[in-house]
Design a protein around this ligand. Structure first.
Ligand SMILES: Cc1cc2nc3c(=O)[nH]c(=O)nc-3n(C[C@H](O)[C@H](O)[C@H](O)COP(=O)(O)OP(=O)(O)OC[C@H]3O[C@@H](n4cnc5c(N)ncnc54)[C@H](O)[C@@H]3O)c2cc1C
Length: 309
């Protein structure tokens, strides 16, 4: 499997420097990221909403090492939320936030800084008329992220969480979070994880995904089924019927640029379909995770790198 080598290579500073010189307009980047500015993100949302879809927007950035950068990320989210509200898009567009982009890894008080920054974004989202979902990063952050979620939900119970089927712990986490009012996005997991904590075989990850779907769709919360996998989508639909769930009591989610026709098909069939839109200048880590999932795109990627346009 090419996934792990690509994720390992992505950690090299040399590779990062080379890839980051590509303009955002180069084909491979724009196929996953609509642009760098708030206007690009809001424009992409308006188009998708016109097609009957919803969105969740991620201001790209992760592993922030300084507080000023974390503050700049919070400011970017506030600007975005104000613009979504001004354009009347907030009921159809929420935001996704990576805690490492708003201070979780800062030395000494990272957990506290991330909590306060997340609270600030939740407040701005509520004022705009929408919600926040906390993205999940690698397994070393899971406990801290779920603890921050618990704190945030005291004041903002609408805040969503993400759980990753590849982790051994996730079925139990699903049980803990399958209660009324709880918004949980279930994904397979995009990070390179050791075998002590995560399933390594795709089949085992898929089996775990199905077990977690059963817990979430059979529970009282609002499941957000984040996958492009046709088999998982089909199984989720059957389980939703089996548990007597109506469309609107759960939703499907996919990433911007991936299976756009399927996104529209599900929306046209009456399902709630939300597209995750990443935007901003820090697209490197996001792009490398998407390439690792779709190694067939590597040739396309190599050509973009050589032609740099
Ligand atoms: C809305 C959303 C939010 C997410 N949030 C998080 C998060 O917070 N934390 C986290 O760890 N992960 C997150 N992910 C990523 C997720 O964990 C997976 O890495 C990613 O979705 C690929 O898994 P898959 O379920 O689509 O199945 P896969 O088994 O990877 O793919 C199934 C099929 O989907 C298609 N496909 C998949 N990837 C691509 C691609 N890059 N280009 C073209 N086609 C493709 C192919 O047809 C493939 O056969 C999120 C995913 C989505 C959709």
């Amino acid at each position: 499997m090419l996934r792990q080598p690509i994720l390992l290579l992505a950690r090299s500073q040399g590779v990062k420097k080379l890839v980051s010189t590509m303009p955002v307009s180069s084909g491979i980047v724009t196929s996953y990221v609509p642009g760098e500015s708030t206007a690009d993100a809001v424009g992409a949302t308006a188009e998708l909403v016109d097609d009957g879809l919803r969105t969740t927007l991620d201001y790209l950035g992760e592993d922030t090492a300084d507080a000023a950068q974390a503050d700049a990320t919070v400011a970017a989210y506030k600007e975005l939320l104000a613009e979504l509200a001004a354009r009347g898009l907030a009921p159809k567009a929420e935001v996704s936030v990576k805690l490492s982009a708003i201070g979780q890894f800062l030395p000494d008080n990272g957990h506290k800084v991330a909590l306060e920054n997340a609270r600030d974004i939740c407040r701005a989202a509520r004022n705009a008329g929408t919600t926040v979902t906390l993205d999940m990063e690698d397994h070393t952050t899971t406990d801290s992220t779920l603890a921050i979620l618990r704190e945030l939900r005291k004041d903002f119970p609408e805040t969503g969480a993400v759980l990753q089927a590849m982790l051994h712990r996730t079925e139990a986490d699903c049980r803990a979070l399958a209660h009324e009012g709880s918004r949980v996005r279930l994904c397979k997991g995009a990070y390179m994880e050791p075998e002590e904590v995560a399933f390594q075989d795709r089949v085992d990850v898929d089996r775990s995904y199905v077990r977690c779907l059963k817990v979430l769709l059979g529970g009282q919360g609002y499941p957000m089924i984040a996958t492009h996998d046709p088999r998982m989508i089909q199984i989720a639909s059957s389980l939703a019927s089996r548990f007597g769930r109506q469309p609107g009591t759960y939703e499907f989610q996919m990433l911007y640029g991936i299976r756009p026709e399927e996104q529209k098909r599900l929306a046209a069939a009456g399902e709630t379909m939300r597209v995750y839109i990443p935007y901003g200048t820090e697209w490197y880590g996001y792009l490398m995770r998407r390439l690792a999932e779709k190694p067939q795109n590597l040739a396309f990627f190599a050509r973009s790198l050589v032609s740099k346009k």
